[in-house]
Ligand binder design. Structure first.
Ligand code: DGY
Length: 419
């Protein structure tokens, strides 16, 4: 198969704007996205460390005073995206959305720092970045876990990054859509409607967004008034790993972030409790209704990335993972194909996403290297065969969503060049 390293670099550079990089070049996402940017920074670190650091610095330039790092930064007054800056009406230095996204930045930064020799200037810039990330994590702990449980909530499906995942079906079904909604989707102008979220999803996304805007995104109030409040396994696993990585980064720079230790051990214990032995699966929690959410989502396997210190549970998780796409040539589908909520093409309800494969691969390298390498090989083959797309069908690898997708390119670079 043809090695696509040069093509991957070209995609990143082609999507690069002034200090940040678009998720793709087809107008579907004309701004800077939080977790996209983190993955993108890792890609740059293989051929332009400066671009990598700038990507992260630009993202953190949009950080709010309270510590929140928005899920979208609208650097340009482009209104071809919905919802754009005119409808969010917020942002500190940069117009932004008023919610966040999976905090993978610390974990990515640790990878970048560990495999690169930094000069003095880069070192001091990275130190500033790390302090900002600490504020970001403190914001999560303070405002998204006000009852000090050790687990953080997301208040909008967009915060998960896996927007229309069936994990949210039950909590979203309780949201009463505002009758006077008046908005125009733009995503369907550039992508197929059967590969995107439904109108009912968007109605609820916008209803929630309007609720948040009404309280001016005050983080205390948001937690109180949001009709959506979910403790998700995958999201908490990412945050746990990010906190562990942030502690490692801090230690190497003689920064004292020891107050995080307590939260890390609490989260670790609580995630173990989210595994239900009777059903042999993880359970997420809808805090609005106190109902359990059990969906065989690939995002539950981010628990491998979290490096839980429990070999027995890790074994169970790995066994389940091996059954997720049993006999399928292409994997991992976002949802286990035999589940009633599974849809082959619809965004986060079925397709393969490169970042999920990457996170799981990272989580498996030390625990089961052979299997990890098989996943890596499959993922590289998929990209080399089909190209750098946003997502792919688990049935035949056919491509969906946007082309020239930045994180597919960036993570490809990491998988190929990491050693
Ligand atoms: C979109 O526009 O679909 C994004 O996923 C929202 O963040």
């Amino acid at each position: 198969m043809k090695n696509k390293v040069e093509e991957a670099k070209k995609i990143l550079l082609g999507n690069r704007k002034n200090g940040y990089t678009l998720p793709t070049n087809n107008k579907l996402y004309p701004a800077q996205w939080n977790w996209d940017s983190a993955f993108i920074a890792l890609g740059y670190s293989y051929f332009n460390l400066d671009f990598s650091i700038i990507e992260i610095e630009t993202l953190l330039n949009g950080q709010w005073d309270d510590g929140m790092v928005p899920h979208i930064l609208f650097h340009e007054k482009d209104t071809s995206y919905f919802p754009n800056h005119t409808t969010w009406q917020c942002g500190k230095n940069i117009p932004s959305s008023g919610i966040t996204q999976p905090p993978v930045l610390a974990s990515i930064l640790r990878k970048i720092v560990e495999k690169n020799k930094l000069n003095n200037d880069q070192n001091s810039r990275i130190t500033k970045v790390i302090k900002k990330i600490k504020n970001y994590h403190d914001w999560f702990i303070k405002f998204r876990d006000p009852n000090k449980t050790g687990l953080v909530s997301i208040l909008h499906p967009w915060e998960s990054g896996y927007d229309n995942s069936p994990i949210w079906d039950q909590p979203m079904s309780n949201i009463k859509v505002d009758k006077d909604l008046n908005y125009k989707r733009r995503d369907l102008e550039v992508s197929n409607s059967d590969e995107r979220p439904l109108k009912t999803d968007y109605d609820r996304y916008v209803t929630l967004r309007d609720q948040f805007r009404d309280v001016q995104y005050d983080p205390h109030k948001l937690y109180e008034i949001s009709d959506f409040n979910v403790v998700d396994v995958g999201f908490n696993a990412l945050f746990l790993r990010a906190n562990k990585d942030l502690l490692t980064l801090a230690k190497n720079l003689d920064l004292n972030f020891d107050d995080l230790n307590n939260f890390v051990s609490k989260t670790e214990n609580q995630i173990l409790k989210l595994y239900d032995d009777n059903i042999n699966d993880f359970v997420s929690k809808d805090l609005k209704t106190n109902l359990n959410i059990v969906v065989p989502s690939i995002t539950n396997y981010f628990t491998l990335f979290a490096n839980l210190e429990n070999d027995q549970l890790n074994k169970k998780i790995i066994n389940n993972l091996k059954n997720h796409n049993i006999n399928d040539n292409y994997y991992f589908s976002t949802i286990k194909p035999n589940h009633p909520s599974f849809e082959e093409k619809r965004y986060w309800r079925g397709p393969i996403w490169i970042n999920c494969n990457w996170l799981i691969y990272q989580g498996l390298i030390k625990k089961e290297p052979e299997y990890a390498n098989e996943i890596k090989k499959k993922t590289l083959e998929l990209i080399e065969e089909k190209g750098f797309h946003e997502y792919y069908s688990y049935k035949d690898g056919s491509v969906m969503g946007a082309n020239n997708f930045s994180w597919s390119a960036a993570l490809y670079l990491d998988l190929v060049l990491e050693n």
